[in-house]
Design a protein around this ligand. Sequence first.
Ligand SMILES: [Zn+2]
Length: 306
Amino acid sequence: MLTAFYHPGFAAPLGKHIMPIAKFGLVAEQLRKMSDVNVTPPEPVTEEDLRRVHAPAYIEAIKTGEPRALAESQKFPWSPQLFRSVCLTNGGCLSAARQALKDGVSAALVSGFHHACADHGEGFCTFNGLVVAADALRAAGEVKRVAVLDLDLHYGNGTAQLAVSRPHLFQVSIYGNDYWNNTAYRDVSVRQHEDGENHRSFALRAGANLFVLAQALTRALTLIDAARPDLLLFQAGADPYFEDPYSTLALNHNDLLARDRMVFEFAQDRGIPIAWVLAGGYTADVSKVVQVHVNTFQAWREVYGG
Ligand SMILES: [Zn+2]
């Protein structure tokens, strides 16, 4: 039995926005039909949890909406419901991480977090739930070291920035889109890029297929193994999917299912507890995004035996 964390309050009102906020509820609906998945609401994170990672002025801006530019730095319209919703999504990540320490594996139906920096948000990410979870578990003495495997299409810049000052955190990001310029890499083969203290990365060239991804992933998993984490947080992004408006990769549903299977096989083989989040996905037909996320649950079932 897998516990997956979901709360209808994850969605703050965004108006018309490229972020398909409905996908979280649609994935939850699919999971409720599965007898081996228990969908349950998380507790929100506390302000103390947020303050380990984020600047007080930024937290205050998200609470109050002022100054507005900072409160909307993640590119969401600010609303009075925003603070509560991001405390719940960050709580989803923390709850799944804690559940994984107990059960070996767990999931949260929340978005990526990985562009959120210490003193501002970016790229639809308000607070960095990955780092908030890692720091909360470490403060409680439940883990010593946490690794993040970021397989979203976009480079995990916020997590990388936060990892620099955190020797207990290690991130590997495999990405196919230059986050800052919002363009895909067209002229590189698999190589490391933007690396620094406690973070490594691999850029995938345009047209990269499962073979290219699997090569990078094998190297990424070797790095994670060497970091000896007590917990692995997995950004199971749906935006590498070939029809995604941001993607130039050649990865279909079966390829992404194979990706997820590789990650779970590694975690199970090494006995590393793993918690995953849904992360990005912007294909106009939202059912194709939902399918990527539902397939991650299928990969879990195939590897862990349901
Ligand atoms: Zn993304």
